[in-house]
Design a binder for this molecule. Structure first.
Ligand SMILES: Cc1cc2nc3c(=O)[nH]c(=O)nc-3n(C[C@H](O)[C@H](O)[C@H](O)COP(=O)(O)OP(=O)(O)OC[C@H]3O[C@@H](n4cnc5c(N)ncnc54)[C@H](O)[C@@H]3O)c2cc1C
Length: 332
């Protein structure tokens, strides 16, 4: 591992200050479950790691007027235990899917949103675009885990975040501070992720000297939510495809819908057309399957990953049925 400085600020202002040194060649450390392995592999380089775990304002989950604020060092287990998130079923379902006490007790929700791609070309030092001698390795080589949507440009990786689909479906925002001492903005999560055309663009909108301090989740009455991840193993695993939905219903009929797929594109992939088609319909197993068909109808698989399209369809269908409590009875 290359040497780097370590900073452990105790306030948000100190964190911004510490991130701004070295021309912003610095990185945030939360639970460290992903960042440390990236540094060990030399997949990322940094002059300084800024550990945010000692900042009190980032440690809690709080009720605010129109929602819930989740601090950047709140772990997956703390989120699962919080009564303030009890109504957000899809989040609990994704935490449950991790099946790894180490990740659940140390990993943070914000760290999950900000994590770099799992793409094996990136992890082996070829950058987020996975290029060698000007050629896309994912295009020429093994692309079985790569994108089936949003892959017409140079980025072929899939967004690694497991919570992004459910958070985007909920309409979450992230509070971003820096690089200036007074700079603060709430960014809708659906605009947080980036499909880079250039290596320097990164995978989200964060610029050097910025960090996410909180996730804001709206509390909306009468919303039914569900998530479904297609996993290969019963243990520690990453989804091949996933989906999360938020629905407003009247009896068996859907009044409003948000459907977001995960692990299929460089960003969470919102299925607008499928959601529109569901409004006004009775949600049963056949309808859920039809909506799954619509959600994947414009997929553009690469040479080795057509199988992911069927998985994404199944994830949409099952997350819809899960949201309305019909998954266990379904034939799927
Ligand atoms: C053995 C092992 C297995 C794993 N298995 C899985 C798995 O099966 N599925 C899965 O989804 N994940 C897995 N992970 C990945 C990881 O544990 C999770 O994504 C976790 O939620 C990341 O949270 P963290 O707090 O540890 O993030 P960190 O590792 O601290 O940070 C992750 C990234 O986010 C950035 N970051 C963190 N916080 C902020 C912030 N506040 N503002 C700006 N940037 C920030 C960091 O700079 C870094 O790039 C695994 C990790 C390990 C070590």
């Amino acid at each position: 591992m290359r040497p780097f400085e370590y900073a452990s600020p105790t306030t948000e202002a100190e964190a911004v200050d510490a991130l701004n040194d070295h021309d912003g060649q610095t990185m945030v450390l939360a639970g460290g479950t992903d960042l440390l392995s990236l540094l060990q592999r030399d997949a990322v380089q940094t002059q300084r790691v800024v550990d945010i775990k000692k900042i009190d304002t980032l440690k809690s989950i709080e009720q605010v007027d129109d929602g819930v604020l989740i601090g950047a060092t709140v772990t997956l287990d703390e989120a699962l235990e919080s009564p303030l998130l009890a109504g957000h079923d899809s989040l609990a379902q994704v935490i449950d899917g991790h099946r790894a006490i180490q990740i659940q007790s140390s990993g943070t929700l914000v760290g999950d949103l900000c994590q770099m791609p799992q793409c094996w070309y990136f992890r082996n030092g070829f950058g987020v675009l996975g290029r060698k001698d000007g050629e896309s390795l994912a295009e020429l080589g093994d692309n079985r885990y790569h994108a089936v949507f949003g892959n017409s440009g140079p980025a072929k990786f899939v967004c690694a975040s497991r919570f992004a689909p459910s958070m985007v479906a909920w309409g979450a925002k992230v509070r971003v501070i820096g690089p200036g001492p007074e700079d603060e903005q709430f960014v809708p999560l659906e605009y947080f992720f980036v499909t880079p055309r250039l290596e320097s663009q990164g995978v989200n909108v964060l610029k050097p000297g910025q960090l996410v301090t909180h996730i804001w989740l709206p509390t909306v009455a009468d919303v039914k939510s569900g998530a479904y991840e297609v996993l290969e193993s019963k243990g520690l695993d990453r989804p091949q495809a996933a989906a999360a939905v938020c629905l407003q219903t009247e009896g068996d009929f859907v009044r409003d819908a948000r459907i977001v797929m995960g692990h299929v594109a460089p960003t969470p992939w919102i299925a607008h057309e499928a959601a529109r088609a569901l409004v006004g319909q009775r949600l049963d197993e056949d309808m859920a399957g039809n909506i799954g068909d619509i959600a994947v109808s414009k997929a553009t698989p690469l040479s080795m990953n057509e199988y992911k399209v069927a998985m994404a369809r199944a994830a949409v269908k099952r997350s819809l049925l899960r949201a309305v409590g019909k998954l266990d009875d379904a034939l799927v």
